[in-house]
Design a protein around this ligand. Sequence first.
Ligand code: EPU
Length: 418
Amino acid sequence: MDKIVIEGGHRLGGTIDAGGAKNAALPLLFATLLTDELCRLKNVPDVADIRTTCRLLEQLGARIRRPKPGEFLVDCSSVGASEAPYELVRKMRASFLTLGPLLARFGRARVSQPGGCAIGSRPVDIHLAALARLGATIEQEHGYVDAHAQRLEGGHVILEGPSVGATENVMMAATLADGKTLIENAAREPEIVDLATALRGMGAGIRGDGSSVIEIEGVESLGAMKHTVIPDRIVAGTYLIAGAITGGAVLVRGARPDHLSSLLDVLSRMGCRVAREADSVAITMENVPRSVSVATAPYPGFPTDLQAQLMALLCVSDGLATVDETIFENRFMHVQELVRMGADIRLNGHRATVRGLRSLSGAPVMATDLRASVCLVLAGLAAEGTTEVLRVYHLDRGYERIEEKLSALGAEIRREPM
Ligand code: EPU
C-alpha cells in the first residue's frame, strides 16, 4: 500500500481541473441498467469507486468499453435479473443503487445490505420504504435485500429524510413504473439534477428535480444514454481550500460557482477573494483566514463532504469556530489526527470547536474515509515539516492523481510505497 508524503509550507498557485463528479457518475453508471440500448458517458473520473462500479456492472452481465480517457460505453443488453454480491457492495455503498434499476427493468433484484460505514450507520430504510410504495415486495434475509414486483406502480412517496441515494434509487425505479410517481422531501443535490437530465435524455418523464418535489411519469422502456457528467463540486471545493490553506491563488477550471455557493460564501467571510466565472472559480488568500462557524446541511447548505477539509483550514485561521455535523453521526475521524498535528479542537457530540493556531506540525497520520484523508493532505500542505498520510486507498476512491495535481500547483507532495 502506498503513502502520500508532503513537505508543508509551500504556497499553491495556478490552475487545476475539477474533473467529473464521482457522486454523479456512480448513479449514472447504475442507470445504464435501465436500458438495453448503448449508453455513452463522458467526463467520468478515473477513481477507484468507478472501477468498482464497472466490476459490479460487468458481473451483472454488462459490456463496458473505454474508447478514450473519461469516456465509457456501457451495454447492458445482456444483463438479466441478478444479484449485487456482498464483496462489491461492502466495498462501496453506492452499489445499493443497483436495486431500483434492476427491480424496475426485470421485476426482481437481490442486493447485499451495505452494512455499517466509518462515518455513520447509514441504513437503507428510506430506500426500501420508497420502493415498497411503488408496489415492491421486499424481503431481507441472510444479509441480502430481495425485492420483486410484477411491474412497479407509480405512487406517492414521502421520504423520511432527503436522502441522496434513496432519491436516486426511487427516481430510477419510477421511470419504468406504471403511471405517475411523486417524490416529496426529495434531495436537491446537483447530482440528482444530473441524473434526471440523463434519464430525460433516455426518454424518462421527470420534472421538478432540483426542488424537493419530483414528479415522474413512467414509460414502457428507456432508450440510449448520451451524457456528460457534471464537474465535481467536492473535488473543486477541496482544491479551493488547498489554495486558501497555503495562502495561495488557485483557479479551478470546470468548477460551477452555482454548485459551490455555500463554500464560496464561507471562504469570502474568511477573507478569501473569490472570482466566479461561468465555468471556473478562483480564490486568492493573502492574509491569515478569519474563523467562521459552519453547520453541514443538505444542498444548498454546507456539504458534509467538505466539512473535514474546511476544518483543516479552521485549524490555521484566526479565532474560534464551531463545526456542527448534522448529516452523519460519526464524521469526525479526522479530528484526532489533526490534534496529533498540533490542532486545538474540542469534540462534543455533533459539534467540534476549533481554535485556530499559527501553524500545524507535520506528523504521520491516517484516516478511515475519503474526505477525512484529504483533510489530512490539506493540513499537511500547511504544516511545518513532513506529513505522511497512510491508507491512501481512501483518497484514491475519489481523487484522481491528487499528488500530481497538487504538485503542478507547487506543492511538495509525492506518493511512496510503504
Ligand atoms: N439515511 C437513513 N436511511 C436511509 C438513507 C439515508 O437514515 O435509507 C441517513 C444516512 O444515514 C445519513 C443521511 O440519511 O445520515 C444522509 O444520507 P444520504 O442517503 O443522503 O447519503 P448517501 O446517498 O448514502 C451521498 C454521497 C455521500 C454524501 C451524502 C450526503 C454518493 C455516492 N454518496 O451518500 O458522499 O456524503 O450523499 O450528501 O453520492 C463522499 O463522497 O465522501 C460521500 C460520503
